[in-house]
Each structure stands twice: as C-alpha cells, then as structure tokens.
Design a protein around this ligand. Sequence first.
Ligand SMILES: Nc1ncnc2c1ncn2[C@@H]1O[C@H](COP(=O)(O)OP(=O)(O)OP(=O)(O)O)[C@@H](O)[C@H]1O
Ligand SMILES: [Mg+2]
Length: 461
Amino acid sequence: MLINERAKELFTEMLNKSAADTDKLFARLMIFQWLACVVIAYFVSPETWNGEESSVHVHVWAAIFIGGAISAFTGALAHFYPSEKITRHLIAVAQMCMSILIIHVSGGRIESHFHIFGSLAFLAFYYDPQVLITASLITAADHYLRGVYWPMSAYGELTVGTWRWLEHGAWVIFEDVFLIYSCLRSQKGLAEISNRQASLELINSEIEAQIVARTAELEAQRERTLEGEKMAALGEMAAGMAHEINNPVSVIQLTSEQLQDVLSDENPDIEMSREMAKNIQMTVGRIGKIVRSLKSFARDGETDPMVETPVNQIIEETLVLCNEKFRNRGVHLRYEKFPDQLKLSCRSVQISQIILNLLQNALDAVEVLPEKWVEITFAEDSESTRIMVTDSGGGIPEHIREKILQPFFTTKEVGKGTGLGLSISKGIMDAHHGELSIDTKCSNTRFILNFKRDSYGTKVA
Ligand SMILES: Nc1ncnc2c1ncn2[C@@H]1O[C@H](COP(=O)(O)OP(=O)(O)OP(=O)(O)O)[C@@H](O)[C@H]1O
Ligand SMILES: [Mg+2]
C-alpha cells in the first residue's frame, strides 16, 4: 500500500539522518579521546627508565600515532561515507580500538575498562543492535587474546586466569541487553512517527486534491452563474429595450410624416423642416445610444483597457438598461446629471455592471416598502470621487453587513439571487484600486463606489 511504502521511506530517511549525525559525533569524539589518550599516556606512564637516562615512554608515541590514525580513519569515514551501514560498523571497530589503546596506555587499570561501557552507550545512538554486537565481539576477542598473550596490557597483571575475559565479557553482554532493548524501542518510536507522518501526508494531499477540485468546480459554477445571470438580464432587458426603442421609432415615423407634409406645401416652412429633421436626428441618436449600451453590456470588459470616460456617460448607458424595469415596478429612480468634466479612468463596461447590480439590489429591496425610491449621486473631494447609490430602505442590518460582500451570500429566494453581485462588484473595484463600501452613517441604505484620485482611479479633466 502507498502509505506503508511512504512510511518505510520516511523511517529510512530518519534513520539515515540520525546515523549521519552520529557518524559526525564520533568523528569529533575521536579527536577528544585521542587528546585524552595522549594526556593519560604522558601522566600515567610517562617515561621509561633506562639506567640513568629517561626518555619519553613508548606509550606516549603509541597514543600519538595510533590514536591519530584511529581519529583520522573515523573522520574520513564520517566525511566520505556518512550514514552507510559499513561506516557505523567500522566506526564501532575504531571506537573499540580506541578503548583498547586507552586501557593499554593506562597500564590495564580497571577504571579504564569503563571506557568500553561508555563507548557502547554512545554506539547505541545508531539505533542499530548489530553495531553493538560488532563492538562487543571486538572487545571480547581483544580481552581474550591479550589475556593470553599480553595480560599486562589488558589487566595490569602478569598472569590472569583463563576465564578472566569471560567475566569482563559478561558485563558487556549485561550492558548490551539494555542497550539493544533501548535501540529496538527507539526504532519502534521512529516507525510510529513515520507512520503518523505518512498518513498525515496522505490526508494532506487528499485535502489538497479536494480543494483543487472544489475550487475548479466553484469557478465553473461561478462562470455558469455569471453567464446565466447575464442571459437572464439580457432577456429582461430585451423586453424593456423593445419599449425603449419603440418610442423613438414612433417619434421618427410621426415626425418624418409631418416633414413630408410640410415639404409638400407650396411654400414649405424651411425653419420648421429643419427643426423636424433635427428632431429625427436626435431621436436616431437616442436609439444608437440604447443599442450601444446593450452591446457593451454583452461583453464582460475584463480585458478592456482603462479609458477615461465621463461618469455621466457610464450612468446614462446603465440607466437605459433598467429604466423600464423601475418604471414597471413603480420605483422612482432619481438621477441628476453630474458635472460634465467628471471623468473616470476605468473599464466603463465593468463600472456599468457594478451600478446595474447596485440598482437591481436597491430595486429588489425597496419594491416591498411603502416608500420606493432609488437615487444616484456623487461627491468629490481632493482625495477621491464617490458615486453613491442610495435607496429608501433603512440601511443594511448590522449582523449581515460584514457578510453581504462575500460570495454566495444572499437573502433572496433560491433562483432569484446568487449572492455574487456584490462580491463581483467588490472585485472590480479592487482592480480599479477603488473601494466598494456601505455607508453606515446614512439613515437610508447607501452603497459607495470610492475612486481614489492619486492612483489612476479618478481624474477631472
Ligand atoms: N440595497 C440593498 N438593500 C438591502 N439589502 C441589500 C441591498 N443590496 C444588497 N443587499 C443584501 O445583500 C445580499 C447580497 O447582494 P448581492 O448583490 O451580492 O447578491 P444578490 O443580489 O442576493 O444576488 P445576485 O446579485 O447575484 O443576483 C442581498 O441578498 C441582500 O440581502
Ligand atoms: Mg445583487
């Protein structure tokens, strides 16, 4: 199974890391022991007397050269072959050789034999019982051979009993039992940690995969909803549009008939004809405007460049799309033309989308109220230009104020609201370095579009 394999991999990784650390530890320890060994050799058996002459005892030389060789060997192993299995066994051998050397230079003193126990304890850091066995075998072999051939070096006596090495060996086995038990327990602990980590990793990756899938799903859903919303809005608008265009078309028809009448007079009234032609031209202009609004709304404008656009133009184009709806639902829509010089550097289609959504929200909210009006106003100071959409409602209740800008928050019935309008609007405002906020000071419900002047939000021509 995947999780077991990963756990094994982690277990090996941890063991290797700890083995490499222990290799390094021994490399340093060896240098320290080397120096200690030289000091012991110098003070415990410093000189040999040869008649009247004294000279540096051969033990000191042994400590320097043999100890140096052992240290160099360990250092090289730790450096070139860290965490290898053979490395830890060779280091175990080297460490036991260092013990032998120390026992030897101290003249086989019994205290020096404790060095072996210390060495075994350090070797247990490898968490590998086999390393302890290698070390123990070396020390047993050494005690046996030196007992037979060189008892002075190992035990500080000229003769020792045949079974002396076994007595020492028994103590080593006694310690080994505890150390091997502790190695196995540590291994078990590491295995448990590896298992836990492997299952955590698996859970994490599952969660991540779920998040990715869910995000993609949400994104797809958002796109579908947006598309659906737009189509619904377009459908509703088309009905309004028919009405909006019908009026000017009737005006054109009527005026052109009248114009023909006037022109067929004997003395046609040129001034009147001109007025009528002008009227026709103006009305055609109005139709053009309506068509343009619809066309621009049909695009999403996300990739449009930022263009300096008169605010009036944006609002008028938006109103064309929803005037009819307000009229049908008996809601009074107030808008007084802003100063002509008020311009925004923006993607006008997107700003128009925001205003349309705010107007739609306001319309939905005031429809059920006795007093029904919506108003578009502006305010300006040295720092910003603000477009405000206010309606006759009494403000957004405090407990949902934080939430309404979040995606999918809606109080509308299923199928009516998606809860995306305000969050999309907020996203668009962010992209314009502006801000969409709720005016909490106003006694009515008021949304503010704040365009900063110093960024590239607002400019007054
Ligand atoms: N003018 C307002 N008056 C009262 N409540 C409002 C007003 N504008 C928004 N809200 C509240 O904020 C909620 C979220 O609005 P938002 O425009 O994000 O989504 P929606 O209108 O519910 O759905 P959608 O716009 O996607 O069709 C609304 O459901 C409504 O409860
Ligand atoms: Mg909405």
